[in-house]
Design a binder for this molecule. Structure first.
Ligand code: SF4
Ligand code: SF4
Length: 374
């Protein structure tokens, strides 16, 4: 049984410049469609949408549906916890924010070598295990952004965990930094169930360079690019949930269609993906998934993912997107820090799950785009 999970991290907004301004009415309609179609899983976190994602879940789901109609994952933000006592405080706050009295799935959020060390220092693994014994959590695990070697060591130390949440998509499968395949194989070796995050890589595998689109359309004219990416992740053994951060009704219906009528990829379809992949690799600029983890900590208020999106659009679609991409950069510069104002403090690079060289990339954007619109 493969389930589609509704990721509550890229929700429709009332004001595109304010991540906390979630359009609750629209979200309620999307939730109704999602649950009526037979799907049931939601994924939220403490920090999503300027800390408003959990409250939105409460309004759109927990207050409107009986507890047995849905399952939910929440996560402990280990990247911002500063002392052990905060674990209990944040966990209780999350139950309250979400309007539930237990979590079906609960992870230590976005672990890497540094936050794993902190999790050990603060006994965070023991904390979630105790919550499981007390019935406040049904399944424990962590979401992960580091090497397969670090994952292997961590899972060896924690056989009590049920799940690992991994970034898996066809673009990152053999990537040296993300190590999707190696991490997947490590989780399988340890007998863990796997939830997949970023199957569409923050939406970037939904809108492809024209040549890659053509390759997919020629094989399945009626299938979206996103459906290929979702099927790629869901076809893997041990994967029982594939999460997708859905921002509108079109994406929602497309994902529901892909997963309710789920068919694993055939060998021939895998070959089609490989062909499209070569074209995508040739034209991609910055592999940002728009998670926004880097934004709150920037001392000069640079909206890093928004600049990266404008740059990617320009690089991917060329002259066709030139005017709107440069205009977007100009607008961003009038409201937030400019790419050239980066003071290279490194806070963003430390937290970026994609390990992007953000400082160098901003310098590149400052040279290629900012200079032209200043
Ligand atoms: S390195 Fe630059 S972009 Fe990153 S947090 Fe520091 S000032 Fe902001
Ligand atoms: S730069 Fe990294 S941390 Fe920032 S939004 Fe992109 S992927 Fe997330």
């Amino acid at each position: 049984m493969k389930e589609l999970g509704f990721g509550l991290m890229r929700l429709p907004l009332l004001d595109e410049d304010d991540k906390a301004s979630i359009d609750i009415e629209r979200l309620c309609n999307m939730v109704d469609t999602f649950l009526t179609s037979g799907c049931r899983h939601f994924d939220t976190a403490y920090n999503y949408h300027g800390e408003m994602s959990e409250a939105a879940f409460k309004e759109a789901v927990a207050k409107r549906y009986p507890r047995d109609r849905f399952t939910v994952t929440d996560k402990m933000p280990m990247f911002q916890v500063e002392e052990e006592a905060e674990l209990e405080q944040i966990f209780n706050e999350q139950l309250e924010r979400c309007g539930v009295d237990y979590f079906d799935y609960y992870w230590l959020h976005s672990l890497n070598e540094k936050s794993i060390e902190k999790s050990h220092r603060f006994s965070a693994f023991e904390f979630i295990d105790k919550k499981k014994q007390n019935g406040k959590i049904r399944h424990t695990g962590f979401s992960f952004h580091d090497t397969a070697e670090v994952l292997d060591k961590t899972l060896a130390l924690h056989p009590e965990l049920d799940y690992v949440q991994l970034q898996i998509n066809y673009l990152d499968w053999e990537d040296d930094e993300i190590q999707s395949r190696a991490c997947y194989e490590t989780a399988v070796k340890h007998g863990k169930r796997i939830m997949v995050m970023e199957p569409v890589k923050g939406g970037s595998l939904a809108v492809l360079p024209p040549k890659a689109e053509e390759i997919f359309r020629a094989y399945h004219p009626e299938s979206s690019a996103a459906s290929w990416a979702i099927r790629y992740a869901a076809s893997l053994e041990n994967v029982d949930h594939v999460l997708s951060g859905m921002s509108d009704e079109v994406q929602l219906l497309d994902n529901i269609k892909t997963m309710t009528d789920f068919k694993p990829l055939t060998d021939e379809e895998r070959e089609v993906i490989n062909q499209a992949l070569m074209t995508i690799r040739d034209s991609r600029a910055i592999d940002c998934t728009r998670c926004y983890y880097c934004v709150p900590g920037c001392p000069v208020n640079i909206v890093i993912p928004d600049y990266f999106t404008a740059y990617n659009d320009y690089r991917l679609f060329g002259e066709m997107m030139r005017f709107s991409s440069f205009n977007k950069v100009k607008n961003l510069m009038s409201k937030y820090g400019k790419p050239s104002e980066c003071i290279a403090c490194g806070a963003c690079e430390e937290i970026c799950p994609q390990h992007l060289p953000i400082i160098d990339l901003l310098e590149q954007i400052a040279g290629e785009m900012e200079a032209e619109v200043s």
